[in-house]
Design a protein around this ligand. Structure first.
Ligand code: ADP
Ligand code: ZN
Length: 519
């Protein structure tokens, strides 16, 4: 064994000679060494940690071609460009390529280090036949969380890879992902037939990113302020194409800065042009749906803003991870509204099978991140199974700790009022009942006769709105078809006094709810 390894070129030499890097970063060396030893591996490394190198370097050193499974053509072509720039012999086999014949011949001649292909092609029997025509060194499966229904981006085509992999039992597999919680990791290992000891996880902390999560009241104003604080490049994620267009226009008008939209509904050439302009720019802001960002290597993004909630903590981590890859101070800012959670929970009901449970767990985890009065980074890192310190000193809650108030009793009053009024009225009505404000509707329904009428004091009243927000986020309150509030989730336990509820103290207001209504 010792003799064999001394005959091999040294990975560090190849790292310097071919890729021009003085050293491995983080766990890169561990992954490379394991792969070179022919052992299957799942590498979980955050965005920007340098995943590509962990298969590109072995591909250069090993006999035969490394087959890279990658979900997006755009992603493949980016990778292709950077690999070729280093003199690595790489090719893609996609519907967008016209040089198929040449690529296939080069592979057969054993003159390719890397061959990129999409999962739907890789899982076809013809592809297997093709691969038997020349030696294969390694299977690299990029974005490997796509194989798991627990992952946030399940793609059925990834499931079709297993027969191909199993046809080459002696060829190592390297699965790569930036985002996988414990459950998803285990699932990837099982689905791709990688032994449990093959898991290598890099540290997830991105200390130069400051996390800030707050309630959305006026997104244009809020993001304008953020842009004023950061003259450098930024990304603003918006939930829909319409919102993207609208925000891009408004932010450009409000700030006078270069702001461009990006979403899948734009013509391909416009999208490509906007992306290229962003990558080259030192001060542009891109307003985009989550279609934007994958595979973009722009180190100097100074802020990432979310104008609505992301899909999950994984998605949040990945999207915010596009900020500050150069290591300089950067900001990740989320503006959330209770209606985001209401919508997400409504959609949840439409998801079928095991995926529904997975999505519910993900949404609850996201709600916990949004609601926590504690350190955001600690919640994030714990989600990725790390054991972080209680305080990071670089998130909104660490910098300016919110005063936490116990709202258990108020929550019981609120839920009780929702229940006693028949779970069909909106917040406005419930609020009137609770603070004891009579109007025609309250009287007609006899809600002024309920025991909950007027049980909320003047001091408590300002806390109702943030409390409803928190209860909606955690799913204890849901919205009915006609915008009424109804109990759900752990509402019953809260009502019984078996679940404490605490919320951040709302900032002082000049007028109370009663005062505002002219009482
Ligand atoms: P990921 O796929 O994990 O998001 P990439 O593979 O795109 O990350 O790499 C991110 C950046 O880090 C690239 O610009 C790459 O050239 C650079 N990089 C990778 N490995 C190293 C290293 N060992 N030293 C310095 N820079 C590196
Ligand atoms: Zn913190």
């Amino acid at each position: 064994m010792a003799d064999e390894t001394t005959l091999l070129p040294n990975p560090k030499d190849t790292l310097r000679r071919v890729f021009g890097f003085p050293d491995f970063r983080g766990v890169q060396g561990d992954v490379v060494n394991r792969v070179l030893a022919g052992r299957s591996t799942l590498a979980v490394m955050p965005t920007g940690a340098g995943k590509s190198l962990t298969y590109q370097l072995p591909a250069v050193m090993m006999e035969g071609t490394c087959i890279v499974i990658s979900p997006l053509i755009a992603l493949m072509h980016d990778q292709l460009r950077s690999a070729r720039a280093n003199g690595v012999r790489a090719a893609t086999l996609t519907s967008a390529d016209s040089d198929w014949r040449e690529t296939m011949n080069t592979f057969r001649a054993g003159e390719l280090d890397l061959l990129y292909v999409a999962p739907e092609r890789a899982s076809q029997p013809q592809f297997l036949d093709f691969l038997t025509s020349a030696p294969v060194a390694l299977f690299a499966i990029d974005e490997a969380h796509c194989v798991s229904e627990w992952g946030h981006d399940f793609r059925p085509d990834y499931r079709g890879l297993r027969p191909l992999l199993d046809s080459f039992p002696d060829i190592p597999r390297l699965a790569l992902t930036a985002t996988a919680d414990r459950h998803t990791r285990a699932d990837i290992l099982g689905q791709l037939g990688i032994p449990e000891d093959g898991l290598i996880v890099a540290g997830f902390d991105r200390p130069n990113i400051r996390y800030d999560i707050r309630h959305r009241d006026n997104p244009v104003k809020q993001i304008t302020r953020l842009m004023e604080e950061h003259p450098g490049p930024g990304i603003v994620y918006a939930p829909t194409r319409r919102k993207v267009e609208e925000l891009a226009l408004k932010l450009a008008a409000a700030t006078g800065r270069d702001v461009l939209p990006y979403h899948a509904g734009l013509p391909g050439d416009e999208r490509a042009a906007n992306q290229a302009a962003f990558v080259a720019s030192e001060d542009m802001v891109m307003v985009a749906t989550v279609a934007f960002g994958m595979g973009i290597d722009k180190p100097d993004v100074r802020f990432v803003a979310h104008a609505g909630i992301p899909k999950s903590i994984e998605a949040y981590y990945q999207e915010t991870g596009r900020a500050g890859r150069d290591g300089d101070p950067s900001q990740a800012m989320m503006f959330w509204g209770a209606e985001d959670f209401v919508l997400a929970r409504q959609r949840l009901a439409e998801v079928e099978g095991e995926r529904q449970q997975g999505e519910k767990v993900r949404l609850d985890a996201l709600a916990a991140l949004v609601e926590t009065p504690g350190c955001r980074r600690a919640v994030l890192l714990r989600h990725f199974d790390e054991d972080p310190p209680e305080q990071c000193g670089n998130c909104d809650n660490c910098i300016d700790p919110p005063k936490v108030v116990d709202a258990t009793e108020l929550a019981r009053k609120l839920l009780s009022a929702v229940y006693r009024t028949g779970q069909s009225f909106g917040f406005g009505h419930i609020q009137k009942v609770l603070v004891g404000m009579e109007d025609d509707r309250v009287r007609q329904r006899g809600h002024d006769k309920l025991s909950v009428f007027g049980i909320v004091s003047r001091e408590e009243a300002p806390m109702l709105q943030p409390l409803v927000r928190a209860l909606k986020a955690r799913g204890a309150l849901i919205q009915t078809e006609h915008n009424g509030l109804a109990l759900s989730g752990d509402a019953r336990l809260i009502l019984l006094g078996e679940r404490p509820v605490s919320i951040a103290q709302p900032p002082p207001r000049s007028k109370s709810v009663r005062g505002k209504s002219g009482q």
